[in-house]
Design a protein around this ligand. Structure first.
Ligand SMILES: *[C@@H]1O[C@H](CO)[C@@H](O)[C@H](O)[C@H]1NC(C)=O
Ligand SMILES: *[C@@H]1O[C@H](CO)[C@@H](O)[C@H](O)[C@H]1NC(C)=O
Ligand SMILES: *[C@@H]1O[C@H](CO)[C@@H](O)[C@H](O)[C@H]1NC(C)=O
Ligand SMILES: *[C@@H]1O[C@H](CO)[C@@H](O)[C@H](O)[C@H]1NC(C)=O
Ligand SMILES: *[C@@H]1O[C@H](CO)[C@@H](O)[C@H](O)[C@H]1NC(C)=O
Length: 531
C-alpha cells in the first residue's frame, strides 16, 4: 500500500464516522466581494467548454472548465470561511426582464449559505470524498412538480422534490403565491406548509428583512462508490426512512452516507421592486437558462474538503446557524475582510443591462414559445451600465399618488438597499448609533445619510421628517409601516424621500455576508420550516 494511502486510512480510523440519533447541523458561510466568480462555466455538465448558461460559483479558487478530482485541494484561496473547505458550489444566476422594454438586467447575488445537516441515521456519516460531483434539480423542467410544492427528501415519502423558492415578506396579507395558482400560468405554487415558500417564482416582491428572493436546493446524501465520483447522473440518491424508527433515514446497502447539504442563494430582488406590477399574474425574474418559471432551479457541487476536518465537524459540531466557522474543529478560518475571487473564464458581458441572456437563451415556460425572444432585438446601444437603480414610482401609479418610494440607490454588494418605511418615536429611537447626524443645515438627503453612516461604520441609515439622519447597526424597536407614511421630500434634494412624521426611510448597507448572517433577525428565518 502506498504510504499516503496508508496514512489516509489510519486517519480515517482515528476519526470514525458515527451514527446519529438526533440532527446536528452547521451552516457553511462565505465571505468577500460577491461570489468566487460568475460566468458560463460548469465543469460537471459542460467540461472544457462554455456552459449554456451563467452560474454563480462559490468555494475554492481552482474552479475551472476542466478539473481533476483533486484539483480543488491546491486552491490558493476559498470563499468559504472554513479554509479546509475548497469545494465548489454553484447555481444558475438570476436576471430581471424589464416588463416595459424586454431588456435583461442582472440581479446581484446577495449572499449564499450552505447548510450541512447531519441527520438521524443508523449509518455512519462520512465526509464527501474528494472530487465527488453531484447535481440536484433539473435544468429542463418548466412545469410544477407533480407531487406539489412541498419538499420531499425521503425516497420512502414519494417522488423527490428537492428545490424551492423562498419569498419572505413583511406581511402575507397578500400571499407570495395566489391560493388558486395551478403553477402553469405566470406564477408558481405555494408550499402548503410554508407561506413564504413554493415551487416556481412567486409574484410578489420579497421584502422580508435582509431576506430577498432565495433559491433553495437540497442535495441527496447517499453515495454509491460503485458508480464513482464522476457519475453525477447516477451516483447519488436521497436516503430512505423505510424500516427505520426515530425519524432516521438510511442509505441503501453498500452506499456511503454523506452530509445532507442545502444551498440557500439570496438574490437582491428588492432592487427591482418599483419596476414591475406585483400580484398581477406574471413576474419578471428569469433564470440564466431562460426559464421564466423557476422550476428548473438546480445546483452543482464538487467536493474539495480536507476530509479529516469535515469528519470531525460531522462528529462533534452542532454550531447551527452561528456557522461552521464556529466549530471547535473547523481549523483555520479566513479573514472575512479579504475576498477570494477568480475571473470569468468565458469573457463576455454578463452583468448590467443585456438585450439577450448570455448564451442567447430565449425565455421559455409559462407560454413563452421556445422561438420567441421578447424585447427589442439588436439594439447595440449603450450596454456599459453596470449598476441599476430602481426607478421612482410615477405619479400616475394606480396604487398611490404620494412620493412613497425609495430614491434611486446604488446596487450591488457593498452598496445600499432600501428596507422600507419604519415607525420611530422621539422617546425611544429606532436607530441610536448616531442621532441627528450633522449633514449641514438644509442638506439632508437619503443618499447623503447613507454615505455618512457608511463612513462612520454603520450598516443602517434612516432619514426622517425631511431633514433628519440617523445611523445604527440594528433596529431597536420600530416596525415596518405603510410605505406611504414615508412621504416627505428631502430638504437637500426634492427628488429623494426622507421619511415622514415619526416615520423612517431605512436603508441597509449590503455588508459582508458574515455580519448580516449574524443578526438575530436573520437567524429567525432559518431552518425551522425544513424539519
Ligand atoms: C484553468 O485551466 C487552464 C488550463 O489548464 C489554466 O491555464 C488556468 O490557469 C486555469 N485557471 C484557473 C483560474 O485556475
Ligand atoms: C430598458 O429599460 C431599462 C430600465 O429602465 C434600461 O436600463 C434599459 O437601457 C432599457 N433598454 C433599452 C433597450 O432601452
Ligand atoms: C428532466 O426533465 C425533463 C423534462 O421534464 C425530463 O424529460 C427528464 O427526464 C428529466 N431528467 C431527469 C434526470 O429526471
Ligand atoms: C485564507 O486563509 C489561509 C490560511 O490562513 C490563507 O493562506 C489565505 O491567504 C486566506 N485567504 C484569504 C482570501 O483570506
Ligand atoms: C416607540 O414607542 C413605543 C411605546 O411607546 C415603544 O414600544 C417603541 O419601541 C418605541 N420605538 C419605536 C422605534 O417605535
Amino acid at each position: 500500500m502506498h504510504f499516503n494511502v496508508l496514512v489516509a486510512h489510519l486517519a480515517s480510523l482515528l476519526t470514525v464516522a458515527s451514527a446519529k440519533d438526533s440532527r446536528t447541523f452547521a451552516v457553511n458561510h462565505f465571505y468577500g466581494q460577491g461570489p468566487l466568480t460568475e460566468g458560463r462555466m460548469d465543469p460537471i455538465i459542460s467540461p472544457g467548454t462554455a456552459s449554456s448558461h451563467v452560474h454563480a460559483i462559490q468555494g475554492g479558487s481552482n474552479f475551472n472548465l476542466t478539473m481533476d478530482n483533486d484539483a480543488l485541494l491546491d486552491s490558493h484561496c476559498t470563499s468559504s470561511l472554513v479554509e479546509a473547505d475548497k469545494s465548489n458550489y454553484w447555481t444558475p444566476s438570476l436576471y430581471f426582464q424589464d416588463p416595459v422594454n424586454g431588456s435583461f438586467i442582472s440581479v446581484p447575488m446577495f449572499y449564499m449559505n450552505v447548510y450541512y445537516f447531519f441527520e438521524p441515521t443508523d449509518d455512519g456519516i462520512e465526509p464527501f470524498p474528494v472530487g465527488l460531483r453531484m447535481v440536484s434539480g433539473n435544468n429542463s423542467v418548466r412545469t410544477p412538480p407533480p407531487g406539489g410544492a412541498a419538499n420531499v427528501l425521503d425516497t420512502n415519502a414519494g417522488t423527490i422534490q428537492p428545490v424551492q423558492w423562498t419569498c419572505p415578506r413583511s406581511s402575507y396579507d397578500t400571499p407570495s403565491y395566489p391560493a388558486t395558482s395551478d403553477g402553469l400560468h405566470g406564477v408558481g405554487i405555494q408550499d402548503p406548509n410554508n407561506k413564504g415558500a413554493g415551487a416556481g417564482f412567486p409574484y410578489m416582491n420579497c421584502d422580508g428583512y435582509a431576506s430577498p428572493l432565495r433559491a433553495d436546493i437540497h442535495f441527496p446524501s447517499c453515495y454509491n462508490p460503485k458508480a464513482g465520483l464522476d457519475a453525477f447522473e447516477t451516483n447519488m440518491v436521497f436516503p430512505s426512512s423505510k424500516g427505520t424508527t426515530g425519524g432516521k433515514a438510511n442509505c441503501p446497502e453498500g452506499w456511503t452516507h454523506l452530509p445532507h447539504i442545502f444551498y440557500e442563494v439570496y438574490w437582491n430582488t428588492p432592487l427591482f421592486a418599483e419596476m414591475w406590477e406585483q400580484g398581477q399574474g406574471s413576474q419578471p425574474f428569469i433564470l440564466s437558462n431562460g426559464d421564466r418559471t423557476g422550476y428548473s432551479l438546480h445546483g452543482d457541487f464538487i467536493a474539495g474538503w480536507d476530509v479529516d476536518v469535515l469528519q470531525k465537524i460531522i462528529n462533534n459540531c452542532d454550531a447551527g446557524d452561528s456557522g461552521m466557522d464556529k466549530c471547535a474543529d473547523a481549523g483555520t478560518i479566513n479573514n472575512s475582510a479579504n475576498s477570494c475571487n477568480i475571473a470569468n473564464l468565458i469573457p463576455e458581458k454578463i452583468s448590467g443591462v443585456l438585450e439577450k441572456l448570455p448564451g442567447n437563451n430565449p425565455p421559455t415556460g409559462w407560454g413563452q414559445g421556445e422561438a420567441t425572444s421578447s424585447g427589442p432585438s439588436q439594439t447595440a446601444s449603450a450596454q456599459t451600465t453596470t449598476s441599476v437603480a430602481p426607478t421612482t414610482k410615477s405619479e400616475t401609479d394606480s396604487e398611490s399618488t404620494t412620493t412613497s418610494t425609495a430614491p434611486a440607490v446604488e446596487t450591488g454588494i457593498g452598496s445600499w438597499s432600501y428596507l422600507g418605511c419604519y415607525s420611530d418615536n422621539t422617546s425611544t429611537r429606532a436607530l441610536t448609533g448616531v442621532q441627528f447626524a450633522d449633514l449641514g443645515i438644509g442638506k439632508v438627503t437619503s443618499t447623503g445619510c447613507m454615505d455618512y453612516c457608511g463612513s462612520a461604520g454603520f450598516s443602517l441609515a434612516g432619514t426622517e421628517y425631511a431633514g433628519q439622519c440617523f445611523c445604527g447597526n440594528k433596529m431597536e424597536g420600530g416596525s415596518k409601516i405603510a410605505a406611504d407614511k414615508c412621504d416627505m421630500k428631502c430638504e437637500g434634494d426634492a427628488s429623494q424621500v426622507c421619511g415622514g412624521s415619526s416615520a423612517l426611510s431605512v436603508y441597509e448597507k449590503a455588508v459582508k455576508a458574515e455580519s448580516k448572517r449574524a443578526s438575530a433577525h436573520f437567524r429567525r428565518h432559518m431552518y425551522g420550516k425544513h424539519t
